[in-house]
Design a protein around this ligand. Structure first.
Ligand code: SAH
Ligand code: DHB
Ligand code: MG
Length: 235
C-alpha cells in the first residue's frame, strides 16, 4: 500500500500547479545541511497554502520551523503585507530556514524565533501580540496540548488551527501506547474535543509520508458547550 500511496502522491502533485523552484531548493539545502527529512510533503504544503489563502491570513504563526519548507508554503499564502512568525528550538535549523526563506523571497516577511516554543509563546502573549489568523502546530508532539492552549491566547474568532502528524501511521488509536508522541497527540486531541472555543475535525492522509493526518479547527465567535465527559473507548 505504501508504494501505491507514494505513486498516487506523485501523480497528484503533477496535476497541480508546479511548485516554486525555491521550495525544491529548500529541500536540497535542508538535506545538504543534514536536517531530518520530516517536512510536509509537497501536496500537504500546498494544502497549507490553500488554507492560508482561504482565511486570507495576514498573520500566521508556525510552531516548528525545521528548514523552512512549510514556512515557504504558508508565506506564499499570506495576504499582501502579511507576516509569518515561526518558532524553532534549534539555532542550526533556524539558520538553514532563514537562508531558505530569504532565497524564496520571504526574508523580510518571515521571522524565525529561536528557543523552546513554550517560552516564545509566553513571551508573545505577554507582549500582547496582534492575533494570528492561522496557527500551524508542527513541533514536539508531547507539547501539542500546551501549544493548543497558547494558540487560543494568540488567535481570535475565525482563526484557523492546523496541527500536523496527529495520526502517526495509525498509532494514535492505540490507547495503550507509551510512545510520548502518541500520548502527546492523544492528549491534544482530547483537549481539542473538550475545548468549547474550537470546532475541530481530523483528516487522515496517505501519500509520500505514509499514513498520517491533520487536525483542523476554527476558533468560534460563540463558545459551544464542551463535549460531555465520556468513557475511554466506549463500546
Ligand atoms: N514545519 C516543518 C517541520 C517541522 S519538524 C515543515 O513541515 O517544513 C519539527 C521541528 O520542531 C524541528 O525543527 C524541531 O527542532 C522543532 N522543535 C522540537 N521541539 C521544539 C520546541 N520545544 N520548541 C520549538 N521547536 C521545537
Ligand atoms: C516527525 C515530525 C514531524 O513534524 C513530521 O511531519 C514527521 C516526523 C518526527 O519527529 O519524527
Ligand atoms: Mg510535521
Amino acid at each position: 500500500m505504501e508504494g501505491r500511496w507514494a505513486a498516487v502522491d506523485r501523480y497528484l502533485a503533477d496535476q497541480v500547479r508546479p511548485d516554486d523552484p525555491a521550495l525544491e531548493a529548500a529541500l536540497r539545502e535542508s538535506a545538504a545541511a543534514g536536517l531530518p527529512p520530516i517536512q510536509v510533503s509537497p501536496l500537504q504544503g500546498r494544502l497549507l497554502r490553500v488554507l492560508a489563502e482561504a482565511v486570507r491570513a495576514r498573520r500566521i504563526l508556525e510552531i516548528g520551523t525545521l528548514g523552512g519548507y512549510s514556512a515557504i508554503w504558508l508565506a506564499g499564502g499570506l495576504a499582501p503585507g502579511g507576516r509569518l512568525v515561526s518558532l524553532e528550538i534549534s539555532e542550526r535549523h533556524a539558520e538553514v530556514a532563514r537562508r531558505n526563506l530569504a532565497h524564496a523571497g520571504f526574508g523580510t516577511q518571515v521571522e524565525v524565533r529561536v528557543g523552546p516554543a513554550l517560552d516564545s509563546l509566553a513571551r508573545m502573549a505577554g507582549e500582547g501580540t496582534e492575533p494570528f489568523d492561522l496557527v500551524f502546530i508542527d513541533a514536539d508532539k508531547a507539547a501539542y496540548a500546551e501549544y493548543l492552549d497558547w494558540s487560543l491566547r494568540l488567535t481570535a474568532p475565525g482563526s484557523l488551527l492546523v496541527a500536523d502528524n496527529v495520526v502517526r501511521q495509525g498509532t494514535v488509536a492505540d490507547e495503550t501506547s507509551s510512545d510520548p508522541s502518541v500520548v502527546g497527540v492523544r492528549r491534544f486531541l482530547r483537549r481539542l474535543a473538550e475545548e468549547p472555543r474550537v470546532n475541530a475535525t481530523v483528516i487522515q492522509t496517505v501519500g509520500a509520508k505514509g499514513h498520517d493526518g491533520f487536525a483542523l479547527g476554527v476558533v468560534l465567535t460563540e463558545p459551544v458547550a464542551a463535549a460531555p465527559p465520556r468513557a475511554v473507548n466506549p463500546r
